[in-house]
Design a protein around this ligand. Structure first.
Ligand SMILES: Nc1ncnc2c1ncn2[C@@H]1O[C@H](COP(=O)(O)OP(=O)(O)OP(=O)(O)O)[C@@H](O)[C@H]1O
Ligand SMILES: [Mg+2]
Length: 359
């Protein structure tokens, strides 16, 4: 597409369209149509893999004007989704989480049900959250929950990594965040996930000037996102809720601040069973394993089973005979894994839960 085609006057646009199609438009109308005809020419060329002539594109556009505009928007939307690394997430993430896990219950009550029953939520004036924070120790499942929400709602999952904001150096971080959020707001259905949120939205009294500008930008962006009537949900995750700026934590910005902590016996049983199903297992005492993994996070359990799988693989390789994982196999490996949750981490988390939780 050449620049001189882009830059023609309204009168010249009307003339061009008339010459090609025999239809005369007022110059203002023609000026509005002309860029859309050029867009259509570009889209047809992209689709057909060859340069489509202006005449063909113009006639096709005028014949299918509404459809052509919709197609162009859909195409651009896909471009944007690709650019932002949008992923669709399987519903299995959500289904695999034990129903007794408190964050799942909160999300189900406050987000999923109001969205799936818009009639009832409208009747009672329930507004589903648009911005939430998950906080808790490492490996407890914050990222997993964010993905699970996208999966169960069948919305796009888009992660904004700090590196995306750093592409042009630290000085542009605030501006990049603004640009990304502007794009996000054009989407219809998406979960926007920001991990290690304290890195981007730390306390301004402890931050240097650049960090401050990003925190300030967040303070502006959250209300903007919330004012959109689209299906957009911002999910931020942090291990260090205390490091977030107070202004962000006050009611009005984030709708829910949800703790994600250790697992109870039921929840551990669900996850243990999930990993056991993937092993080549013989007799395994699930109840015993549940008792012996009280300080394990989901990440620790995943690591434990990776080690067990590797062990079983090597055993069969060495002996050449069928190897089945038993309780004894797991008990041999278990002591070698140090669980993430210590007395101290649990106490701190409980304190934070009292201070910061809101849902
Ligand atoms: N409720 C759950 N059920 C099953 N598996 C889970 C659950 N929560 C987390 N996992 C698995 O445990 C691992 C760690 O979870 P995840 O990465 O979500 O933790 P996190 O809280 O985001 O950790 P970090 O603070 O380090 O970012 C992942 O492989 C995830 O798939
Ligand atoms: Mg995470």
């Amino acid at each position: 597409m050449t620049n001189n085609l882009d830059a023609i006057t309204p009168e010249a646009s009307a003339e061009q369209i008339f010459e090609i199609s025999g239809t005369r438009f007022e110059p203002e109308a023609a000026a509005e149509l002309w860029p859309r005809i050029l867009q259509h020419k570009w889209l047809m060329s992209e689709k057909l893999g060859r340069d489509v002539g202006l005449r063909v594109a113009c006639i096709d556009f005028l014949e299918n004007m509404e459809l052509a505009d919709r197609e162009y928007l859909a195409y651009k939307r896909q471009d944007l989704l690709d650019e932002m690394g949008a992923r669709s997430i399987s519903r299995e993430y959500w289904d695999g989480i034990s129903d007794s896990q408190p964050p799942k219950q909160i999300v189900q009550r406050k987000i999923i049900l109001p969205l799936t029953r818009p009639d009832l939520s409208q009747k009672h004036g329930v507004v589903p959250p648009k911005a939430i924070i998950f906080f808790g120790p490492p490996g407890t499942g914050k990222t997993h929950f964010a993905k699970a929400i996208a999966g169960v709602l069948a919305w796009w999952f888009i992660e904004i990594a700090p590196s995306m904001l750093l592409v042009e150096g630290t000085a542009k971080m605030g501006a990049n965040l603004r640009a990304i959020m502007e794009k996000v707001r054009t989407l219809d259905e998406a979960v926007i996930f920001i991990d290690e949120f304290e890195e981007l939205a730390g306390r301004r009294d402890e931050a240097d000037r650049l960090d401050k500008s990003v925190t300030n930008e967040f303070l502006k962006q959250v209300p903007l996102l919330k004012s959109e009537s689209k299906n957009l949900l911002l999910v931020c995750a942090t291990n260090y809720i205390r490091q977030l700026d107070d202004a962000l934590l006050r009611p009005g910005r984030f709708d829910c601040i949800i703790p994600v902590g250790g697992l109870n016996e039921d929840e551990r049983a669900t996850i243990l069973q999930h990993y056991l199903n993937k092993l080549c297992a013989g007799e395994v005492d699930l109840n015993l394993l549940v008792k012996m993994t009280s300080r394990f996070t989901p990440a620790d359990l995943e690591y434990l089973f990776q080690q067990v799988a590797q062990y079983a693989f090597e055993q069969e390789l060495a002996t050449g005979t069928d190897y089945r994982v038993t309780t004894a196999t797991i008990l041999e490996i278990l002591p070698k894994i140090r669980p993430t949750l210590t007395e101290e981490i649990i106490t701190e988390f409980e304190k934070d839960s009292l201070t910061y939780s809101r849902f």
